[in-house]
Design a binder for this molecule. Structure first.
Ligand code: ZN
Ligand code: ZN
Length: 254
C-alpha cells in the first residue's frame, strides 16, 4: 500500500505541483506533499554525467550516451538552468535509475511514492519496432512525469504537421498556435498549454495506481488512467467527463 506521495515541482509554471497534489489528495488514501524541484535537490557531481550517458543519440539507435566533456558541461548548466535543456531525448529508464539512487535513504520503501515532475523529454526503446518512443511517464519508483512529454509523446493530428510544414515553406518559421488551432481539426495540447496541470493530474494518479495495485493502464479511453497514443485521446481521457470508468470511479471518484 502506498501511504505517502511526494511530488517534486517542475521548473515550468505550466505544471503546478501544488494544484496536482490538491487534486490527488481528494482521490487517494495517502498523505500527499510537495517538495522543490528534484534535480535541484539531489544534484551531485555525478548526476550531469548520468544524464549525458542517458542521451538518446539517434531515434533508431539503441545505444545511448555521450559523456564527452562538453556534453557533461552542458548537462551541468541544464541542472541549474532547466530552460536550456531543450531538444534532447533521454532514456527514461536510465534517468529513473539515476534518480532512484538519489532518493533519501530513509524514504526508499514502496509505501512512499516519489514523483519528480521533469522538464526533460524521456523515451523508452521499443524492441518491437527498433526505435525510441517519447513518454509522458515512466512508471515505478520514482515515477517520472515529463511535462514536454505531455505535448510531444502523444501524436498530434496529422493535419497539424502538414500545416506546420506549409507555413514553414511560405514564411520559413513556425506558425503561431492560434493559426494551428483554427486550421487543425481535432484537439491537442501545445507547449505551455493552460490545461497542462489538469492533464497531468491523471498521469500522476497513474503513477500511484501502478505502485499501489501493480496494474498499468485502463482500456477505457475516457478514463484518467487510459494511455492514449494520440493527442485527441489525451483530451478525452484527461480533460473531459467522465473522469473515470466505472471500476476506477469506485476507487478514485470524489
Ligand atoms: Zn486509450
Ligand atoms: Zn479506468
Amino acid at each position: 500500500m502506498v501511504e505517502r506521495v511526494t511530488l517534486y515541482r517542475a521548473p515550468t509554471a505550466a505544471a503546478d505541483a501544488s494544484a496536482i497534489a490538491d487534486w490527488l489528495r481528494d482521490r487517494v488514501d495517502a498523505d500527499v506533499e510537495v517538495r522543490d524541484r528534484f534535480l535541484q535537490r539531489v544534484a551531485d557531481e555525478e548526476l550531469p554525467t548520468a544524464f549525458a550517458e542517458a542521451r538518446v543519440l539517434s531515434p533508431y539507435e539503441r545505444e545511448t550516451g555521450n559523456a564527452m566533456l562538453g556534453i557533461v558541461r552542458y548537462e551541468e548548466r541544464a541542472m541549474e538552468h532547466p530552460e536550456r535543456a531543450g531538444g534532447v531525448i533521454y532514456d527514461g529508464l536510465q534517468v529513473q535509475e539515476a534518480l532512484r539512487d538519489r532518493l533519501p535513504d530513509d524514504e526508499r520503501t514502496l509505501d512512499h511514492l516519489h514523483v519528480p515532475i521533469l522538464d526533460r523529454v524521456l523515451g523508452t526503446w521499443g524492441d518491437h519496432d527498433g526505435r525510441w518512443h517519447k513518454r509522458v511517464t515512466v512508471l515505478g519508483q520514482p515515477a517520472l512525469v515529463s511535462v514536454p512529454g505531455l505535448y510531444e509523446a502523444p501524436a498530434k493530428p496529422e493535419q497539424y504537421y502538414e500545416e506546420q510544414q506549409k507555413h514553414a515553406l511560405l514564411s520559413g518559421d513556425a506558425p503561431p498556435r492560434e493559426v494551428l488551432e483554427s486550421a487543425v481539426e481535432g484537439e491537442f495540447l501545445v507547449e505551455g498549454d493552460p490545461r497542462t496541470t489538469e492533464a497531468l493530474c491523471g498521469y500522476v494518479l497513474q503513477a500511484y495506481h501502478y505502485l499501489d495495485t501493480g496494474e498499468a493502464f485502463c482500456d477505457d479511453a475516457s478514463c484518467r488512467l487510459a494511455n492514449p497514443h494520440r493527442q485527441p485521446g489525451v483530451v478525452e481521457a484527461q480533460l473531459r467527463e467522465p473522469e473515470f470508468c466505472e471500476v476506477h470511479e469506485e476507487l478514485y471518484g470524489t
